[in-house]
Design a protein around this ligand. Structure first.
Ligand code: SF4
Ligand code: SF4
Length: 102
């Protein structure tokens, strides 16, 4: 099994400003991409998004990137759990079958 490895150099953030984002951006929580088990993926309606960042906070993979003009999900690390959609304040994240788009 392709088990994720714990990055021993990882230090927990001491404040909101230091919170990490994106396992693929070197945080080392889950440095291995998903193994292809995902069946759904999130699609964010950027026009409806108010950037409250609840999805970003709750995403267990840390794979929602907030560095650009709008939020983007790193699909290499998203496992399709749907927590972001469940927590979205504006309900503007839809879970869509992989291979399909809204
Ligand atoms: S579906 Fe899960 S892993 Fe993917 S972005 Fe949403 S909360 Fe993160
Ligand atoms: S939780 Fe919904 S409204 Fe808030 S930042 Fe995420 S996508 Fe936007």
């Amino acid at each position: 099994m392709n088990k994720p490895k714990w990055n021993k150099d990882y230090k927990a953030p001491s404040s909101w400003d230091e919170m990490f984002f994106g396992a693929s951006n070197g945080v080392g929580i889950l440095p291995s991409p998903n193994s292809g088990f995902r069946t759904l993926h999130p699609e964010i309606d950027s026009k409806a998004c108010i950037k409250c960042m609840m999805c970003w906070v709750f995403c267990p993979e840390g794979c929602i990137d907030k560095s650009g003009d709008h939020l983007e999900v790193d699909m290499d690390y998203c496992k399709g759990c749907g927590i972001c959609a469940a927590e979205c304040t504006k309900k503007c994240i839809k879970m869509v079958k992989d291979g399909e788009t809204e």
